[in-house]
Design a binder for this molecule. Structure first.
Ligand SMILES: NC(=O)c1ccc[n+]([C@@H]2O[C@H](COP(=O)([O-])OP(=O)(O)OC[C@H]3O[C@@H](n4cnc5c(N)ncnc54)[C@H](OP(=O)(O)O)[C@@H]3O)[C@@H](O)[C@H]2O)c1
Length: 341
């Protein structure tokens, strides 16, 4: 974030690598692919409106739209200041995708991201996925060199287990771990990742906090999805699992009504309630959704409400894995065994 960036309002911030960022970040992925059609002019409006409203953390990655997303965010950064987070490590060649967290690759990827974003320094640079071959010490060692070179300010890791986070942190402080965290995906709360992050002073950036749209209650039918929507391939959104998951939402109705809120807002308030070190990054291409989501900052759930929501979305009540087996993130040896089970 440059020196001229407006600091977010006091009391509405969370810390990331010691820097205050707005309570919510903005997930920019859907502005380029995965969730149906996108429109650059509208997305640009959303980006500006988010910054106007106090959002500082913009979340992108080199693989979103094959560079399109970083260029879109970069165009906004020409006139606006923000805390930009991007990622490397998921490589693509047509339909083929593979993970690469090797030092040689990440150095090239960083230069390409800096060019597309049009910045001298990336505020937060994540390994999007580890490749399972390169020791995490080597990946983080190479990232630390980028910090020394002034190309990167903070280092992050996405989808790692607690042991890997600790090994990485021993090489260089890890400012953030980005993992899926929402009412219907709570692995990091139970598998030790959030506890380890907390102990190390690492922020937990919660991705897909709206359950890829499901938790808003607006997605009730696969017929509303575009043909190439990623959710067609996601096990939670098969015809059968979507129908089986929909009744979970009515369990939230009471809390929704009590707060005069929307389902999306209660889902986001639940993520905020996970701790001061958890930063949700809901994604949207729409101004009305942006405003609705940011207004969730005003909702404080009671402990009893959090417990009721926890029970309503207990993991054994949720139908379908969060990713197809073939692309289920391999976060370390412990989860590899789980994924095979
Ligand atoms: N590290 C990783 O591996 C990883 C993986 C996935 C995502 N991410 C990051 O996390 C960000 C957020 O996750 P996500 O986009 O996957 O999922 P999400 O934030 O849980 O949900 C996004 C979906 O919800 C819809 N939506 C948003 N607000 C809404 C509202 N108020 N009412 C109704 N629908 C609403 C969006 O559609 P509209 O656009 O129409 O609003 C979009 O389809 C991404 O943008 C990306 O930056 C990271």
């Amino acid at each position: 974030m440059s020196e001229t960036a407006q600091p977010p309002e006091a009391g509405r911030t969370r810390l990331l690598g010691g820097d205050p960022v707005g309570l919510f970040g903005l997930g920019c992925m859907g502005m380029s692919e995965f969730y149906g059609a996108h429109d650059d002019a509208r997305s640009t409006e959303v980006l500006h409106a988010a910054i106007d409203a106090g959002v500082t953390l913009l979340d992108t990655a080199d693989m979103y739209g094959g560079g399109h997303n970083e260029r879109l965010v970069g165009a906004v950064l020409r006139t606006r200041n923000a805390f930009v987070a991007t990622k490397f490590g998921i490589r693509r060649d047509g339909e083929r995708r593979w993970n690469d967290s090797s030092p040689g690759y990440l150095r090239t990827a960083c230069d390409a991201s800096l060019r597309r974003l049009g910045v001298d320094t990336i505020d937060l640079y994540y390994a999007h996925r580890l490749d399972g071959t390169t020791p995490v010490e080597d990946t983080v060692g190479a990232l630390a060199e980028l910090v020394q070179a002034g190309k990167v300010r903070h280092i992050g890791l996405s989808e790692v287990d607690a042991a890997t986070l600790r090994r990485a942190h021993a090489v260089h402080p890890i400012a953030a771990v980005q993992s899926e965290l929402s009412l219907w995906t709570r692995d990091v709360v139970t598998d030790g990742v959030l506890a380890a992050a907390r102990e190390l002073g690492t922020a937990l950036v919660a991705y897909s906090p709206l359950g890829r749209g499901f938790l808003t209650g607006a997605l009730r039918d696969r017929a509303s999805l575009a043909e190439d929507d990623f959710r067609f391939t996601n096990p939670r959104f098969t015809e059968t699992n979507l129908a089986a998951n929909l009744p979970l939402l009515s369990a939230v109705d009471q809390v929704v009504e009590r707060h005069g809120a929307s389902h999306a807002q209660i889902a986001l308030a639940w993520v905020l309630a996970q701790g001061e070190d958890v930063i949700p990054i809901p994604g949207t291409r729409r101004l009305d959704h942006l405003r609705e989501n940011l207004a969730a900052a005003a909702i404080t759930l009671t402990d009893a409400e959090v417990a009721a929501l926890d029970a309503a979305f207990a993991p054994d009540k949720v139908h379908g894995q969060r990713y197809p087996s073939a692309t289920l993130p391999v976060t370390g040896p412990a989860r590899t065994e789980e994924a095979r089970a």
